[in-house]
Design a protein around this ligand. Structure first.
Ligand code: NAD
Length: 459
């Protein structure tokens, strides 16, 4: 493995140094080929996602394949515009000058991805990296092995290894990769591993995007329309079996409507997944037995109000609602990342602010309310990655919205143009003629200072 990694990195370094990736037509051609190859392999991708996570065809298309097509579409449509040198107004002190910004690729980039949306979380960053002119080594998760096989096949059919290479393996391989001096690292995964990545990156001062996780609170105030609220919570929480980084982790519900909301949530669960979700085509599976065991441990000694059925061998975990009275249990001290929804009731809204402060900087924050001002103020005053009023998860759909965390939930942002920007250094320069040289900036200043001050005031 060490030799393979070394060879690939050397090849990618030479390739980037050859400046071939500076050719925007080469980037476009590869993105078009990538799109074609994904199209040719749609069925295989869906099957792999089914094997890894029990995802239905509809869910795979909506949350993984279509997502990637839309990133490809926006990149292909805008790449010429994004890569064009931009002129900006020059400064009076520099007169005369022409001032520009050029998007320069970082160079050799390393991408490490997780297992929960193993296709789109591997391909979406790659699209931006290629559009911006970089090379990529992609290390997908060891858990989503079927999707990794298809990813590798697609990448091999589109790119030479000097341009993009999938390197398979677990933490040991990622650790080895992180020993090298990359020009950019894009990591998606847990907070703990994010810290390891950041530490390694710091050794070479490598710029890094960290797309991490956390506990995402979801508040429901007494004015919310309960049917639609329940429907949107159920959708965001139980899609992909709760294994979604921006899924609502737990609910904070006004005590006046708690019982009614729980009733509606159970209703919606039955409508969407039927009385026995194990038999539903639309309900997924937990990624591994290890993860099932962890989730089971979280509901020990908890008050289960709905669900709780588990089949370890089949990696099935029923949508489960639990009632909590405080925040000092194991389930409230870490990200759940599974189909368990703790519900906490509040009396006065001030309590909600304290809870949100306790889970500072979540990746996502949601509030359901008919009181628009309350919703807007709530999202304005708290710090979080991204969020929504009266919905969950859907802010990820709009590629014009940058996606990423803050503090513990990560750093950097991507999607749409933000991905291109992430993988570009915006290089400024100015160009001046030699035929004129205004003496104002040169010492001695004694005779010019008053005039200089007047000029600077004009700016
Ligand atoms: P993880 O951190 O365990 O693994 C992610 C990747 O890091 C994998 O490829 C893995 O092989 C690698 N890795 C594991 N240990 C490593 C180590 N010691 N050194 C270097 N690399 C290592 O995360 P996961 O379990 O695959 O994914 C779940 C986590 O990812 C959750 O916390 C979730 O919230 C987060 N996530 C975040 C986003 C986002 O966009 N912010 C998206 C999806 C998942």
């Amino acid at each position: 493995m060490k030799n393979l990694i070394k060879t690939v990195i050397n090849k990618q370094k030479s390739f980037f140094n050859s400046k071939e990736t500076f050719n925007v037509d080469l980037r476009i051609q590869h993105l078009l080929n990538l799109k074609k190859e994904i199209k040719n392999n749609e069925k295989e991708i869906e099957l792999a996602l089914f094997k890894d996570l029990g995802k239905s065809e509809g869910e795979s298309y909506l949350t993984e394949i279509h997502f990637v097509y839309s990133e490809l579409k926006i990149a292909l449509k805008n790449i010429k515009k994004w890569t064009k040198r931009k002129s900006v107004r020059s400064s009076l002190l520099n007169f005369p000058s022409s001032d520009y910004i050029i998007a320069q690729p970082y160079g050799n980039t390393l991408h490490i991805s997780p297992w929960n949306y193993p296709f789109q979380l591997s391909i979406a960053p790659l699209i931006g990296a290629i559009a911006a002119g970089n090379t990529v080594v992609l290390k997908p998760s060891e858990y989503s092995e079927h999707t990794t096989e298809v990813l590798e096949k697609i990448i091999n059919n589109v790119f030479d290894e000097q341009y993009v290479k999938v390197i398979k393996g677990g933490p040991d391989v990622a650790t080895e990769l992180l020993n090298y001096n990359w020009d950019y690292i894009f990591f998606t995964g847990s907070v703990n591993v994010g810290k390891i990545v950041a530490k390694q990156a710091a050794l070479h001062l490598t710029p890094t995007t960290l797309e991490l996780g956390g506990k995402n609170p979801c508040v429901v105030d007494e004015s919310a329309s309960l049917k639609v609220t329940a429907k949107r919570i159920v959708w965001g929480k139980f899609i992909n079996c709760g294994q979604t980084c921006i899924a609502p982790d737990f609910l904070i519900v006004n005590k006046k409507i708690k019982e009614k909301l729980i009733f509606e949530i159970i209703n919606q669960l039955k409508l969407i997944y039927g009385n026995d979700p194990e038999k539903s085509d639309s309900y997924g599976r937990i990624i591994s037995e290890k993860h099932i065991k962890f989730l089971s441990s979280l509901i020990q000694d908890q008050k289960i109000i709905y669900g709780g059925k588990i089949n370890e061998k089949l990696r099935y975990f029923e949508p489960t609602l639990i009632e909590i009275k405080g925040f000092d249990s194991k389930i409230m001290e870490q990200e759940i990342f599974g189909p368990i929804l703790p519900i906490f009731e509040y009396d006065k809204f001030d309590e909600v602010d304290d809870i949100i402060d306790k889970y500072k900087n979540p990746l996502a924050l949601y509030i359901f309310t008919k009181n628009k001002r309350l919703g807007e103020n709530f999202l304005k005053k708290h710090s979080f990655g991204g969020g929504a009023i009266n919905d969950t998860v859907v802010h990820i759909i709009n590629d014009r919205l940058p996606f990423g965390g803050i503090g513990n939930s990560g750093m950097g942002k991507y999607h749409g143009e933000s991905t291109f920007n992430t993988f570009s250094h915006f290089k400024p320069y100015i160009s001046k003629p030699l035929w004129i040289d205004i003496p104002l900036r040169y010492p001695p200043f004694k005779t010019k200072i008053n005039f200089l001050k007047r000029v600077l005031k004009l700016m």
